[in-house]
Structure formats: structure tokens, C-alpha cells
Design a protein around this ligand. Structure first.
Ligand code: NAP
Length: 300
């Protein structure tokens, strides 16, 4: 069994990005600038956003954190989104989810300018991804593809089972793995909470990607010998022995399953850091994508 080390790989990617930022600075170009909107004080969201801001600093990007109270109205949040859309200094921005219940997440996603949607959640960018056009691919699936690429995992003709069908992980993941790319070219089955014979289908997977948010859901009877297992899930479990009072658990029972796998991602230290690296990659390419868009508009 080999660990797919997302922490190490993300550090390599960040070092590569930092070099590119130095080159941009040396030629007097515009330094990439990522902004994040954080609504409320949810502990996990704060951690995620802080990690993203820190990562920006590490690679030499500019970053802006916009904090809003959880009592903020939907109209106020949409006005802030519009302000960032119109601010030429900002190359890309994210709105950290989940949002408070009184705010419609879909409305917010639709309000973000697709050219600044570095999370890759807007319908325009999802549509481009499906068609294989240059775009922002949502950070978590893109990070997983990068991890598979950098570990030279053979995905061609393999049976890939994706557990979970969310818009931000399961659905784009299954599309990416089925495309004629490398990694990709897998035969994909996507399963969800209404699937019958879950264990049997998972057991037939050469590559098992799990994104459901249920701690330790995948047990050894669900894993084929030699499978590649990618664990996206992050759940905080109470743990009085830790100063924080919790520990993180993935969707896969790592200790029970690891010896059956050829490769497996740990939690933490697997998919999470790759998501952040991928967000940075998207921000770096925002200016290039904009130029490509302007060029194709002027050619029409
Ligand atoms: P989500 O929107 O809640 O979607 C969960 C999906 O899992 C749904 O499609 C649901 O099926 C399916 N599901 C739930 N229980 C199931 C079961 N018992 N059997 C089969 N399928 C089941 O979650 P998400 O946003 O995709 O996130 C999933 C997990 O990944 C969470 O723990 C989240 O924190 C984590 N995550 C981590 C990162 C990272 O960077 N590490 C990034 C994003 C998400 P239905 O559609 O039928 O309800």
C-alpha cells in the first residue's frame, strides 16, 4: 500500500506556483489576487478560508478576506459579490459554503462572474468542463485528478466508482474520470443514497472515490484487493483527548481498509490540501482564461 500524499504533492504544486509568481513579478506583470467571502463564524469554514488565505501568502498571491456577519441579508451578500465582479484588481473569488439558511446558495453562485469563479461552480464553467473547453474545473475534483496524474495512476479502462453525486464533488468527478483524458478514460459508475447493492458495486471498483460526508462509511468488505481509494470526506468527530475537542475522519475506515489498497489518501493530508492547491492553480490561470475569452470574442 502506498499513501497518496496530498500534503506533499500540494507543497510541490505551491512551490511551482510561487516560481511562476516570481517570474510574473520580475516582468512587471499583475500579481494574481484571490478574494474570499466568509459569512458567519462556522469553525470548519473559518479553518478552510484561513488555510486558503495562508496558501495565497505562501505562493506570493495577493489575498482579500471579506467577512460578513451571519445576519447579513441575501441582498447585501449579492451586492458584495457584484462589487468583487466589478473590481479589476481581483482575479478570482470564492464564497465559502455553507451559507446561512436564509441565503439561497444557488442565487449566489449564479451571481458570480464566471470569469472570476475560481471554484468552478457556475453553470457556464460546469458546462465548459462537460464539453472539455478551457475553464475553471471545481477545485476538489481537479485536485484529485492532479493527484492521480502526479502518482501516475493508470486509470485507462479501469472501473471507477464515485460514491456521492453532489454538484461540487461527485458529479464533476464522475464526468472527469469518464473523459478522454489522462487521467480519465475510466468506465464510471456513480452511486448515491438510493443505490441498491452499494457494497457489491464498490467492491467492483479499481478506483473508488468517496464523497458523502459519513465518517468511516467504507469498510473492508466494500474494497477490492489492490484498489485505489480516494477519500474526500471530512467529518469532525468529538475527541476529548485533543485540545480542539475533535478529530477529522474521512468517509473511509482508513485503518481497516488501507492494507487492501494499492494506493489510498489519508484524512487529513489527502484531498484537502490538493483542493487548496487547485484553487491557487485556478487563480493563476484566471488572467489567461480571460485573455482567451477576449480573443475568441474578437474572432467572432
Ligand atoms: P453533499 O453535497 O452532502 O453530498 C453528499 C452525497 O453523498 C449526496 O449525493 C448523497 O446522496 C450521498 N450520500 C449520502 N449518504 C449516502 C450513503 N449512505 N450512501 C451513498 N451515498 C450517500 O456533500 P459534498 O459537498 O459532496 O461533500 C462530501 C464530503 O466531502 C463531506 O464530508 C465534505 O466535507 C467533504 N468535502 C471535502 C473537500 C476537501 O477538500 N477535502 C471538499 C469538498 C467536500 P443523495 O444525493 O442521494 O442525497
Amino acid at each position: 500500500m502506498q499513501i497518496l500524499d496530498g500534503k506533499l504533492t500540494s507543497e510541490q504544486i505551491k512551490a511551482e506556483i510561487a516560481e511562476q509568481v516570481s517570474a510574473i513579478r520580475a516582468r512587471g506583470g499583475k500579481i494574481p489576487h484571490l478574494a474570499a467571502i466568509l459569512v458567519g463564524n462556522d469553525g470548519a469554514s473559518e479553518t478552510y478560508v484561513n488555510n486558503k488565505v495562508l496558501a495565497c501568502e505562501r505562493v506570493g498571491f495577493k489575498s482579500t478576506l471579506v467577512r460578513m456577519d451571519d445576519s447579513v441579508s441575501e441582498a447585501e451578500l449579492l451586492a458584495k459579490v457584484d462589487e468583487l465582479n466589478c473590481n479589476d484588481e481581483i482575479d478570482g473569488f470564492i464564497v465559502q459554503v455553507p451559507l446561512p439558511k436564509h441565503i439561497d446558495e444557488i442565487k449566489v453562485t449564479l451571481a458570480i462572474d464566471p470569469e472570476k469563479d475560481v471554484d468552478g461552480f457556475s453553470p457556464t464553467n460546469v458546462g465548459k468542463m462537460v464539453l472539455g473547453l478551457p475553464t475553471f474545473i471545481s477545485a476538489t475534483p481537479n485536485g484529485i485528478m492532479e493527484l492521480l496524474r502526479r502518482y501516475n495512476i493508470d486509470t485507462v479502462g479501469k472501473h471507477c466508482v464515485v460514491v456521492g453525486r453532489s454538484n461540487i464533488v461527485g458529479t464533476p468527478m464522475s464526468l472527469l474520470m469518464s473523459r478522454n483524458t489522462n487521467p480519465g478514460n475510466s468506465t464510471v459508475t456513480m452511486v448515491h443514497s438510493r443505490t441498491h447493492n452499494m457494497a457489491e458495486i464498490c467492491r467492483s471498483a479499481d478506483i473508488l472515490i468517496v464523497a458523502i460526508g459519513k465518517a468511516n462509511f467504507v469498510t473492508p468488505d466494500m474494497v477490492k484487493d489492490g484498489a485505489v481509494v480516494i477519500d474526500v470526506g471530512v467529518t469532525r468527530l468529538p475527541d476529548v483527548t485533543r485540545p480542539s475537542g475533535f478529530r477529522l475522519a474521512g468517509d473511509v475506515d482508513f485503518e481497516a481498509v488501507k492494507d487492501k489498497c494499492s494506493f489510498i489518501t489519508p484524512v487529513p493530508g489527502g484531498v484537502g490540501p490538493m483542493t487548496i492547491a487547485s484553487l491557487l492553480q485556478n487563480t493563476l490561470k484566471a488572467q489567461d482564461l480571460r485573455k482567451l475569452q477576449e480573443k475568441s470574442c474578437s474572432n467572432n
